[in-house]
Ligand binder design. Structure first.
Ligand SMILES: CC(C)(COP(=O)(O)OP(=O)(O)OC[C@H]1O[C@@H](n2cnc3c(N)ncnc32)[C@H](O)[C@@H]1OP(=O)(O)O)[C@@H](O)C(=O)NCCC(=O)NCCS
Length: 208
């Protein structure tokens, strides 16, 4: 199958990132933490528990990303490997990317490995792709005001505050998000190893 994104590999210090595959879904669902933090605008099914909803949203997000990929707008779901095990997911998203050259990201880790700097390492890996061969000009991120770990990852990598936004969640409540932004000139240029990108270039709207 001509889907070169499956051969893309990112490596930075203790983590390796590669595309999530269908065969990863049972494991990812089994280890998915309840605080994964789905987009609060996504509808929840009443007959499902919170964790069942999170598992469904994980699978639907993966299928949607594959089924709607276009060079203009894309969402890359990467499995994060550490010590031979898949410990979480890091996504990188480009909406109208060829024009805006701005990436967004989201991530989660199994609780047992949090707080050791792996969250910073996996974000560094995708930013290495974004500010490296993808030639992004900016990366944005947002998290609820109390999500100190997510905000901590962004701040550690040089993102600056970019205001507060308010969104309406599925229950009709207003949630506040802190927005952050990192521009290419502030990117630390970490030594991320990227393999298999050449064949992916047209998939991101870049010349082959
Ligand atoms: C967000 C997440 C991936 C970050 O990974 P992590 O391994 O916990 O984070 P790191 O160990 O790399 O720490 C990143 C920074 O945040 C800080 N930090 C981490 N957890 C923190 C906490 N609970 N309170 C305050 N600061 C915290 C760290 O000190 C570090 O900053 P420093 O390098 O300047 O010391 C992980 O916590 C997670 O899976 N959370 C649940 C899912 C989630 O909220 N995802 C984001 C949705 S927007």
């Amino acid at each position: 199958m001509d889907w070169p994104l499956f051969d893309l590999r990112l490596r930075y210090r203790d983590v390796q990132l590669r595309a999530v595959r269908e065969a990863d879904l049972p494991h990812l669902c089994a280890v998915l933490p309840p605080d994964v933090g789905h987009d609060p605008r996504l509808p929840l099914f009443e007959h499902q528990t919170l964790l069942e909803n999170e598992r469904r949203l994980l699978c639907m997000g993966y299928w949607k990303a594959l089924g709607t990929w276009s060079p203009g707008s894309w969402e890359l779901h990467l499995a994060v490997e550490h010590d031979g095990a898949v410990i979480g997911v890091q996504t990188l998203e480009g909406e109208n990317f060829p024009a805006l050259r701005t990436v967004d990201s989201a991530s989660w880790l199994v609780p047992a490995v949090r707080g050791r700097g792996l969250g910073v390492q996996m974000r560094t890996a995708v930013l290495g792709l974004a500010f490296g061969p993808l030639q992004a000009v900016a990366a944005i991120s947002s998290a609820t005001l109390g999500n100190h770990a997510s905000l901590g990852v962004s701040r550690r990598l040089g993102y600056l505050d970019n205001g507060i936004s308010r969104i309406v969640d599925t229950g009709g409540d207003v949630a506040e998000l802190r927005n952050l932004r990192l521009t290419a000139d502030r990117w630390g240029g970490f030594d991320v190893t990227i393999d298999g990108f050449g064949a992916c270039r047209p998939w991101f709207g870049l010349a082959a």
